[in-house]
Design a protein around this ligand. Structure first.
Ligand SMILES: [Zn+2]
Length: 231
């Protein structure tokens, strides 16, 4: 009973203290269903900002930066801001086509995201490619707060193929589909903050999938060092 009271108290505290999410868009069209995980979600206070405006201002006002933009913006100011953000210890979630951003920024790919979508040949690899409208079976390969409440699942989504990945990625979800690389959700290698990367999430067929929505929410809460237990 004591535990239950303590838990209720903790939940009430969190509801009163939502995770401040800055959701970054721009550079790629997307379906409105993308916003479903953030609607009627009292654990989060979300502001949607297009890039490059999103990469400005005081990072103290953000708990988790969620990237769903696609940008080649590589001016030193943007990089400086993002580097300071990552080193501040705040959460970072990189969704779908945001993996394709900052391709030529080695630190970002190697030490933060742990992967790169190659628009041009690089590191001895040919350009990456993508496949739309696939029926994918996903395997949850690690018990983790991000995969909490999610078993193996099926989703209609897009895959990327031929990406570069860091060695020893901390994998959470994978697919064996021949048109995918394997990794679908993983923890970024950053040593200064919590980074979660989800490769899925192309259009409304993925956005409407409750498993995708749960992974997005859990990724945000975990990167903010909050409890991901389903409610
Ligand atoms: Zn896509």
């Amino acid at each position: 009973m004591k535990l239950t009271v303590a838990l209720l108290f903790a939940l009430a505290l969190h509801a009163a203290d939502p995770v401040r999410v800055r959701l970054v868009t721009g550079g790629h069209n997307h379906d409105p269903e993308f916003y479903l995980p953030f609607i009627n979600e009292p654990r989060m206070a979300v502001s949607v900002e297009p890039h490059p405006k999103a990469y400005q201002g005081n990072p103290k006002n953000i708990d988790v930066l969620v990237l769903y933009d696609m940008t080649k913006v590589s001016d030193p100011k943007t990089r400086e801001w993002l580097k300071a953000y990552v080193e501040s210890g705040k959460g970072l979630v990189v969704l779908h086509h945001a993996i394709c951003s900052f391709e030529d920024w080695e630190w970002w790919g190697d030490e933060v995201v742990g992967a790169r979508y190659l628009n041009t040949p690089s590191r001895g690899l040919p350009p990456s490619t993508f496949f739309h409208d696939l029926e994918l079976d996903m395997q949850v390969v690690k018990k983790h707060p991000v995969t909490s409440g999610t078993d193996n699942f099926h989703i209609h989504d897009e895959t990327y193929k031929g990406m570069w990945f860091a060695k020893n990625l901390d994998l959470l979800v994978t697919t064996k589909h021949e048109k995918g690389d394997g990794p679908i959700a993983w923890l970024g290698p950053s040593k200064t903050n919590r980074v979660v990367v989800l490769q899925g999430g192309h259009d409304k067929q993925a956005h409407l999938n409750p498993n995708w929505q749960r992974l997005v929410k859990n990724a945000i809460l975990w990167s903010a060092q909050r409890d991901t237990a389903a409610r």
